[in-house]
Design a protein around this ligand. Structure first.
Ligand SMILES: Nc1ncnc2c1ncn2[C@@H]1O[C@H](COP(=O)(O)OP(=O)(O)OP(=O)(O)O)[C@@H](O)[C@H]1O
Ligand SMILES: CC(C)(CO)[C@@H](O)C(=O)NCCC(=O)O
Ligand SMILES: [K+]
Length: 249
């Protein structure tokens, strides 16, 4: 069985697949290396042989996790690495090694599924947009704060913006102007993301007319998916790209 990991800035998304049929055996989201090991240990009838992972964490943090996985489960680990070109997608950064690997893999996955021009939007801790033309050329992208960062900046830099998780969750059941702090902040930030999506769609249309696909991924995808009805929400887009960048040899 193969363990796949997407190590983001706040969470580690993991899943276990059967090697032959590629069938999903288990999956989860955890907030620490320790919680990952505990989660994997608790699985019944699972024996891990190999692991492939992508990380946007520091080299030290990633090495620590790889060491832990080797020690705990005896797996061999392959790590996605920066590349100038994979599967017809050409990295558009001036310095290709600087492009976030989660963005790169989501782009590979998107272009593979679209078989044409595409816009890839990821709503995680950070929000990213990337444009890939029909010939696989990465035109570049955008990075801005995601929902958790926007919310926390407001909390950190004001005295009186304070509310709990339950209020936050309740606030997001509507888009109407807020009548309390939680509603005002949660809906305000949600509208920032939705406005961002509309701007990206406009830009894509200016490049490609109607001839492009949109992919939305990341933990907060559901906050914006209805603003782009033609978009495909693909929660495992990074894993699609991970399999392309790190095929089982
Ligand atoms: N099951 C879940 N577990 C954790 N976060 C979730 C879940 N479902 C939705 N979210 C939301 O997703 C966001 C985090 O997104 P995601 O997990 O894609 O990225 P991340 O690992 O934090 O960051 P990065 O963009 O660096 O990969 C948070 O705002 C969180 O509230
Ligand atoms: C932008 C994030 C944080 C999104 O997860 C990640 O892709 C990253 O750390 N990227 C490096 C910077 C860049 O892509 O230009
Ligand atoms: K991500």
């Amino acid at each position: 069985m193969i363990l796949e990991l997407d190590c983001g800035n706040s969470f580690i998304k993991w899943r276990v697949l059967r090697v032959e049929a590629g069938g999903l055996i288990a999956e989860g989201v955890v907030d620490s290396d320790g919680a990952l090991v505990d989660g994997l240990r608790s699985l019944k009838n699972v024996s891990l042989d190999r692991c492939r992972l992508v990380s946007v964490r520091t080299e030290d943090e990633t090495s620590l996790l790889i060491g832990l996985l080797k020690h705990e489960f005896g797996v061999s680990v392959v790590c996605a690495a920066p590349a100038r070109e994979i599967s017809g997608v050409k990295n558009g950064y001036d310095d290709y090694e600087r492009l976030g690997l989660d963005r790169w893999l989501a782009m590979l996955g998107g272009f593979h599924l679209a078989k044409g021009a595409c816009l890839v939007l990821d709503f995680g801790t950070a929000v990213t947009a990337d444009f890939i033309s029909a010939d696989g050329e990465h035109l570049g992208g955008f990075i801005c704060p995601g929902m958790p960062l926007m919310r926390n900046q407001l909390r950190t830099h004001t005295r009186k913006i304070r509310y709990g998780d339950l209020a936050a969750e309740r606030a997001l059941t509507s888009q109407a102007p807020g009548r309390n702090t939680a509603e005002a902040v949660e809906r305000g930030c949600s509208l920032m993301l939705r406005g961002f999506v509309l701007t990206q769609l406009e830009m894509a249309r200016s490049y490609w007319g109607n001839d492009y696909s949109v992919f939305i991924t990341g933990g907060d995808a559901e906050l914006v998916s209805d603003i782009a009805p033609a978009a495909r929400v693909v929660s495992d887009l990074v894993f699609v790209g991970l399999a392309m960048a790190c095929p089982l040899s």
